[in-house]
Design a protein around this ligand. Structure first.
Ligand SMILES: Nc1ncnc2c1ncn2[C@@H]1O[C@H](COP(=O)(O)OP(=O)(O)OP(=O)(O)O)[C@@H](O)[C@H]1O
Ligand SMILES: [Mg+2]
Length: 113
């Protein structure tokens, strides 16, 4: 099992949520976070003055999926949120040791879907 964490623009969250539901992933977690990447925030103008915003609001979408589905999900994420602009986001994939559906005690892949 893998954990796929996608850090994306908040305005893309709803579209991605629906797309994941469509490819068969009803289970997900969404967290509102603040962060920065390579550009370390943005510089804005306000009343003729420049000021810097170090942290920008982002959405973290997290799905735990069977190994065989990682490619499909990563592609679905990229296809739905890519604009080509800086700040499009990032996807992290990591190992998950186990999952348990508490209601049934099912474990592993069976607990996911
Ligand atoms: N190495 C990292 N570790 C943890 N979080 C990261 C990392 N890189 C990016 N993030 C998170 O992803 C968000 C979006 O990053 P962003 O898309 O701006 O990455 P980038 O590397 O700057 O790429 P780009 O040049 O396309 O903007 C950041 O606000 C931050 O929350
Ligand atoms: Mg960036």
């Amino acid at each position: 099992m893998k954990r796929i964490e996608a850090i994306i623009k908040p305005e893309k969250m709803e579209q991605l949520r629906l797309a994941l539901e469509e490819v068969g992933y009803p289970g997900l977690m969404i967290t509102k976070i603040d962060g920065h990447g390579k550009q370390k925030g943005v510089t804005r103008q306000w009343r003729g003055r420049e000021y810097k915003i170090d942290l920008l609001p982002k959405a973290k979408v997290e799905v735990i999926v069977p190994d065989k589905d990682v490619k499909k999900i990563v592609k679905a994420i990229v296809d739905n949120v890519h604009t080509g602009e800086v700040g499009d986001g990032k996807i992290f994939v990591s190992d998950v040791i186990n999952a348990v559906r508490i209601r049934t005690s099912e474990e592993g892949d069976a607990a996911l879907l």
